[in-house]
Design a protein around this ligand. Structure first.
Ligand SMILES: NC(=O)C1=CN([C@@H]2O[C@H](COP(=O)(O)OP(=O)(O)OC[C@H]3O[C@@H](n4cnc5c(N)ncnc54)[C@H](O)[C@@H]3O)[C@@H](O)[C@H]2O)C=CC1
Ligand SMILES: O=C(O)C(=O)[C@H](O)COP(=O)(O)O
Length: 391
C-alpha cells in the first residue's frame, strides 16, 4: 500500500494521554482521542493512523480489517506491539526510543535517596549492577561513573564496559537495576529473567530496582524472597499483571510506584515529538513543528546551594524535583482504599498515572555552587543536575 500524500486529510486515532496531540498532529487531519486501555477494533476501523502508549495491545485482533497504515507508540517499550504482524501487513511503525530514558535514571536516583531516608544517595563503596545497556542502562552507567561507583553490566546484545553474565551480576552486585525490554522469545528472553533461583542468590540486604517491565521478575518468587529470613530491599515501578498488581507484594517492597518511572513532562513531550517526526518521515513531509517553541517551561530553573554539605544539598535538590515517596504513598493509599476490589485498584492505578504531577528532569534545574565546591559540583553533576559554578 503506498504512503499517504502529505496533503491528504488523515483520520488519526490517538491515546488521550499523549500530550501535545493537537499541537503536533492537528495539521494532518482529524484526531479522535480515546482511552488507550479500552481501544477496540471498532474504534480504529476507519483510522489511517494510530498513535498509542504502552497500554494498548496493537496486533491482528485490533487492526485486522482496519484502514490503519501507520502506527506509532509514544513510548520506549514496544512489547505491546506485534511488530512482525505490522511488517507482514505493510503497516508503518515507529516508537519513541529513549524519549524518557533520563526520567528513568532520575527515578533510580530518587529511589536511592529515599532509601537512605533523604540523606543523599549513600552508594559509596557499593557495586551497582545494570541489566540492559540501552538508552536507560547506558545513561545510568554514565552517571554512576561520574560518581565513581563500581558497576557490573549485563547485556548479551551489546559490547559494554564492565560486562559480566547475569549470574555474576546477581551474585556480585549490591544494587541491581533492571532496564531490559520484555521479550518472551529469541536468544535471551527476559521474561522471568530474575526467576526464583536467581532471586534466591541475590546478596542479603541488596537492593533490587525494577523500572523496566513487571514480568522480567517472577513476582511470586520475589514475594518469597522478601518474606525469607535473608531479605532484600525491593523498589518496583512495574508489576506482573499490571494494573492488577499484587497488593501482597506492594506491602513487602520498600518503594512501590504505578509505572511512572518515565513520567517526566520532558520525557512525555519528547515522545510525542519523536512520533511526530517519524510520521512526517513516513509521509515524506518536512517536520516543521518542534518542541523548541512549544515545550512546557520548567517552573523552577535555578537553585542556589548554600555551603558545601554534599549529602544535604544533593538530597534536597533531588527531593525538590522528584520525591518518589509521594508516588509510593499514593499507590499504597489506593491499595488500602481498594481493598479486595480489583476493579477499583485497576481504575485507581490508571487514574494515578493520568493525573500525574508535572515532574521535570534533573537536568532542567541548574544548581549554582560555590567556586571552591568541587566535590559538591561533581556529585550534583553526576546525579544529573545542570551546574553553574562560581556563584
Ligand atoms: N517504567 C517506565 O516508565 C519505563 C520503562 N521502560 C522499559 O525499560 C526498557 C528499557 O528501556 P530502554 O533502555 O529505553 O530500551 P533499549 O531498547 O534502549 O535498551 C534495552 C537494552 O536491553 C538489552 N537486553 C535485551 N535482552 C537482554 C537480556 N536478556 N539481558 C540483558 N540485557 C538485555 C538490549 O540489548 C538493550 O541494549 C524498555 O523496553 C521498557 O520496557 C522504558 C521507559 C520507561
Ligand atoms: O516508555 C515506556 O516504555 C514506558 O514504560 C512508559 O513510561 C509507559 O507509559 P504509558 O505508555 O503506559 O503511559
Amino acid at each position: 500500500m503506498p504512503k499517504q500524500s502529505s496533503g491528504a486529510e488523515l483520520t488519526i486515532v490517538a491515546d488521550e494521554n499523549i500530550p501535545l496531540l493537537n499541537e503536533f498532529f492537528a495539521g494532518f487531519g482529524s484526531i479522535r482521542k480515546l482511552p488507550g486501555r479500552s481501544m477496540t477494533p471498532a474504534d480504529v476501523a476507519d483510522a489511517d493512523v494510530l498513535l498509542v502508549r504502552s497500554v494498548t495491545e496493537v496486533n491482528e485482533h485490533l487492526l485486522a480489517g482496519s484502514s490503519v497504515k501507520f502506527v506509532a507508540t509514544a513510548t520506549s517499550g514496544t512489547d505491546h506491539i506485534d511488530t512482525q504482524w505490522l511488517e507482514d501487513n505493510q503497516i508503518g511503525f515507529a516508537s519513541a526510543a529513549g524519549c524518557n530514558a533520563d526520567a528513568v535514571v532520575d527515578y533510580v536516583f530518587t529511589a536511592l535517596n529515599a532509601l537512605s531516608d533523604g540523606q543523599g544517595l549513600n552508594i559509596e563503596g557499593k557495586v551497582f549492577g545494570i541489566v540492559g545497556y540501552g538508552q536507560v542502562g547506558s545513561r545510568l552507567y554514565t552517571r554512576l561513573q561520574q560518581l565513581d561507583i563500581k558497576c557490573l553490566v549485563c547485556d548479551p546484545f551489546k559490547e559494554t564496559p564492565d560486562q559480566v553474565s547475569i549470574d555474576e551480576l546477581v551474585e556480585g552486585a549490591d544494587i541491581i537495576s533492571l532496564h531490559t525490554p520484555l521479550t518472551q522469545s529469541g536468544e535471551e528472553p527476559t521474561w522471568h529473567l530474575l526467576d526464583g533461583e536467581r532471586l534466591s542468590r541475590l546478596k542479603e540486604g541488596s537492593v533490587l530496582i525494577n523500572a523496566g517491565r513487571g514480568e522480567v521478575v517472577d513476582n511470586v518468587a520475589l514475594i518469597r524472597r522478601l518474606q525469607s529470613d535473608s531479605p532484600i530491599t525491593a523498589v518496583l515501578d512495574v508489576w506482573e499483571n499490571e494494573p492488577a498488581l499484587s497488593t501482597e507484594l506492594l506491602e513487602l517492597v520498600a518503594l512501590g510506584t504505578p509505572h511512572i518511572a518515565g513520567y517526566s513532562v520532558d520525557g512525555k513531550v519528547r515522545g510525542t515529538e519523536m512520533i511526530y517526526q517519524a510520521m512526517c518521515q513516513w509521509l515524506n513531509t518536512p517536520a516543521d513543528i518542534s518542541l523548541d517553541t512549544i515545550a512546557p517551561v520548567p517552573a523552577l530553573q535555578t537553585l542556589s546551594a548554600a555551603g558545601e554539605n554534599i549529602a544535604e544539598i544533593t538530597a534536597a535538590s533531588i527531593r525538590l524535583l522528584y520525591d518518589i515517596r509521594r508516588d509510593d504513598h499514593c499507590l499504597r493509599a489506593l491499595a488500602k482504599t481498594a481493598g479486595d476490589d480489583t476493579s477499583a485498584l485497576v481504575k485507581g492505578f490508571d487514574q494515578l498515572r493520568r493525573h500525574y504531577p508535572k515532574r521535570r528532569e534533573f537536568n532542567t534545574l541548574t544548581v549554582q555552587v560555590p567556586e571552591t565546591a568541587n566535590a559538591l559540583e561533581r556529585e550534583l553533576a553526576g546525579i544529573g543536575f545542570s551546574i553553574e559554578s562560581g556563584k
